[in-house]
Every structure is written in structure tokens, then in C-alpha cells.
Design a protein around this ligand. Structure first.
Ligand code: IMP
Length: 199
């Protein structure tokens, strides 16, 4: 038996990572780009959880099927948790990764307290509109300079604990094994199983 899950993100990097991580037998992942008229969800909540739930509810109502939304970002302790929910647009509109990374390096300057974490909250919406959230985190530090050409977003600056490499220097499988998104997806699969067993 096959089952479809709509991945409610317009971010192709996230979709690519989720496709690489979520390889369950019989599971068919459908990207939002396959719906030409999907509504644009305004991410105006002040938490990852709030935005993930909003995306899952609005896009779940639109697709009518199992729908998974991801809201994620980087929290830097010395910046009181910034860029946080504003990670994508830290340096303003339109989204500009190079400008975001440059702004982060400038904000930290030569500070030595550079601890940070990636957080990913996933919200799973059932066809009946029941929503469950899960979270994955990855602790690390912000490098002094960018390194590596892989990944996306802040990956060239983020060194996960226990590694000497940034996420952007790792092969995708290594990042996905320890990342906030990989961890959130492992929990999402368990939450999905629990929801299915209620049906
Ligand atoms: P969202 O689409 O509002 O969830 O924005 C997430 C933003 O957080 C992205 O645009 C990136 O700037 C950042 N981000 C989230 N996950 C990652 C990751 O795995 N690597 C690098 N940056 C990430």
C-alpha cells in the first residue's frame, strides 16, 4: 500500500533534505510545487511552532491529505536567540543568504562566545485536520568565517558539536544524520504512526 505525504514547503533545499531522509517503503512525498495554486502562507507568528502549525493547518486544508510543514532557523545565544524566526530574512527582503551570513558574522565580530543551535519544528496535519508538532535541535557554534560549498542558508557558518567541519563541508548524509531536520523527521514518523493507529 502506498501513502502520500505533502511536504508543505516552497524551500527546495528543505524538500531535498526531507526527500533524502524520509525514505520509507510505500511513502510517496509530494512537493508543494506540484500544486500550481497553493496559497501563500504568511509566516507571522513569533515562534517556530506557531509558524509550523499555521503552515500545516492552512496547507493541509488546501491539500486535504496528510501534510507536513517545517519551520526552522538558527538561534545564537550571544544575540539573545537572533536570528530565530527571522532567520530567512535576517538581512531584509528579498531573502539573501550571502547577506544573512555576512550580517551574522558582523553581529558576532570577534566574540568568543559563539554557541548556537538550529531548531526545526515540524507540524503534521491529518486529512481530518488533527495537528501534531515535533521538534529537532542541533547544538553547535558559529565559525569565524564561512567554509564549505554544500547545504544552504547558514550551513557554511555552523559547526555542530562534536565536529570540526561546518554543515556545508559535510556530505549530505552526514548532515542529515545529526541535523535538526533529521531529528525532527525521526520524531515526526513516530507521531504519524501514533495518529494512524487512532484511525
Ligand atoms: P523558514 O522557511 O521560515 O523555516 O526559514 C528557515 C531559514 O532558516 C532558512 O531560510 C535558513 O536561513 C535557516 N535554516 C533552516 N534550516 C537550515 C539548515 O539546515 N541549514 C542552514 N540554514 C537553515
Amino acid at each position: 500500500m502506498s501513502r502520500e505525504l505533502v511536504i508543505a514547503t516552497g524551500n527546495l533545499h528543505k524538500l531535498e533534505e526531507i526527500r533524502a531522509i524520509l525514505t520509507l517503503p510505500g511513502l510517496v512525498l509530494v512537493g508543494l510545487s506540484e500544486f500550481s495554486d497553493a496559497p501563500e502562507v504568511v509566516e507571522d507568528r513569533d515562534s517556530f511552532e506557531g509558524n509550523a502549525i499555521k503552515k500545516a493547518e492552512e496547507l493541509g486544508a488546501f491539500t486535504g491529505g496528510w501534510t507536513l510543514a517545517d519551520d526552522s532557523g538558527l538561534e545564537v545565544d550571544a544575540l539573545n536567540g537572533a536570528p530565530g524566526v527571522y532567520s530567512a530574512r535576517y538581512a531584509g527582503e528579498p531573502v539573501n543568504t550571502a547577506a544573512n551570513n555576512a550580517k551574522l558574522l558582523q553581529a558576532l565580530g570577534s566574540r568568543t562566545d559563539r554557541t548556537a543551535r538550529f531548531r526545526c519544528v515540524m507540524a503534521l496535519c491529518s486529512p481530518e485536520g488533527v495537528v501534531r508538532t515535533v521538534e529537532g535541535r542541533c547544538e553547535g557554534t558559529i565559525a569565524m568565517d564561512e567554509s564549505g560549498g554544500g547545504g544552504f542558508g547558514y550551513d557554511p557558518l555552523f559547526i555542530p558539536d562534536g565536529s570540526a567541519l561546518t554543515f556545508a563541508q559535510m556530505v549530505p548524509a552526514t548532515k542529515n544524520r545529526i541535523s535538526h531536520r533529521g531529528r525532527a523527521l525521526a520524531s515526526a514518523v513516530i507521531a504519524w504512526g501514533a495518529l494512524l493507529s487512532r484511525q
